[in-house]
Design a protein around this ligand. Structure first.
Ligand code: HMG
Ligand code: MG
Length: 285
């Protein structure tokens, strides 16, 4: 059985554009976000406050936040690795923040230059301040179905980390198949383990479409009761620390799937396609 409603978290302006060879100018990033909000997306990851030496494409995220039109009811999210990033997100008036770790020690080192335990230590002061300020915190766990450096990741490790992040104060955990290697059978098995410890309404899925299985995997997630799906307009993206990882699953494809399954989503497809055409064109020029 499928749920009657699903919610998209649009990660294109962050996870998508962070992986483009050429940095995208601020105005294009702002226009893209405004078009996405206009198409009915209510959760949009605007940018990240990470080291510009590590991810130069996300430099200027403060200017992007300053430039967007804030539409009522839309959550404008900032990705933050540490307290310094969190403080910048607050200054930029982000409506929520996302913190990120992984179930793979090797990936934690490559992505954030520290261990998983150190990731969690960095989150402690973020979450303390966020609680005091009423700022919602979303948590990411990447490499749930395999790591580009370490190979197999035990689902039990993902489940334990998810429980830890929820206990720390994240309102939702986004489970990332960062390299898009998961098959529907694998994803189904992994979700089964996680769902024994974390309720479906606290989980989201974040699929990269490297092997073209993302839509099938989303179907599996929906069937297991998970109703929040991360996707990127135009299938933009990848991860600078996961070579060969292709883009996130395309938002327009997810909408196609939801329509096929009669699952309500609240997105205006013609406007979404216009946003997709806009960014695809901007990236070509
Ligand atoms: P570090 O080198 O270990 O830490 O970086 P540091 O504290 O020694 O700082 C190094 C430099 O970064 C210093 O500058 C700091 O000032 C600066 P320098 O002295 O060399 O000029 N710095 C910062 N600058 C701006 N904003 C900050 C900040 N913090 C330090 N907040 C750090 C640690 C985490 C900062 C670094 O490793 C980093 O930025 N990594 C990038 C991580 C990233 O953005 N990865 C991609 C997103 S994750 C992802 O894509 C997966 C996901 O989509 C889910 C999935 O697909 O599964 C979420
Ligand atoms: Mg990602």
């Amino acid at each position: 059985i499928f749920p009657s409603r699903a919610r998209i978290v649009e990660v294109g302006p962050r996870d998508g554009l962070q992986n483009e060879k050429q940095p995208i100018d601020i105005d294009t990033r702002v226009q893209l976000i405004n078009k996405l909000a206009d198409a009915g997306l209510s959760y949009i990851e605007v940018g990240s406050f990470v080291s510009p030496k590590w991810v130069p494409q996300m430099a200027g995220s403060d200017q992007v936040f300053a430039g967007i039109e804030r539409k009522q009811g839309v959550h404008y999210i900032a990705l933050t690795p540490n307290l310094r990033g969190y403080e910048q997100a607050v200054l930029a008036r982000a409506s929520e923040v996302a913190i990120f770790t992984t179930a793979s020690e090797a990936f934690a080192q490559k992505n954030t230059n520290c261990s998983i335990a150190e990731n969690l230590e960095r989150f402690t002061p973020i979450i303390a301040q966020a609680k005091a300020q009423g700022m919602p915190v979303r948590g990411y766990i990447s490499c749930i179905a395999g790591c580009p450096y370490e190979g197999d990741i035990p689902p039990e490790a993902v489940a334990q980390l998810a429980v830890k992040l929820i206990d720390m104060g994240c309102y939702e955990i986004s489970l990332g198949d960062t390299i898009g290697s998961g098959t529907p059978e694998q994803i189904s098995a992994i979700l089964k383990v996680i769902l024994q410890q974390v309720p479906a309404d606290k989980l989201a899925v974040h699929f990269h479409d490297t092997n073209g299985r993302a839509l099938e995997n989303i179907r599996v997630a929906l069937q297991s009761g998970i109703t929040v799906i991360d996707s990127a307009i135009g299938g933009l993206g990848g991860c600078p620390y996961a070579e060969g990882a292709s883009g996130n699953v395309a938002t327009e494809s997810v909408i196609g799937l939801l329509d096929e399954l009669n699952i309500a989503h609240g997105i205006n497809l013609p406007k979404l396609l216009q946003a997709s055409a806009f960014i695809t064109q901007a990236l070509k020029s």
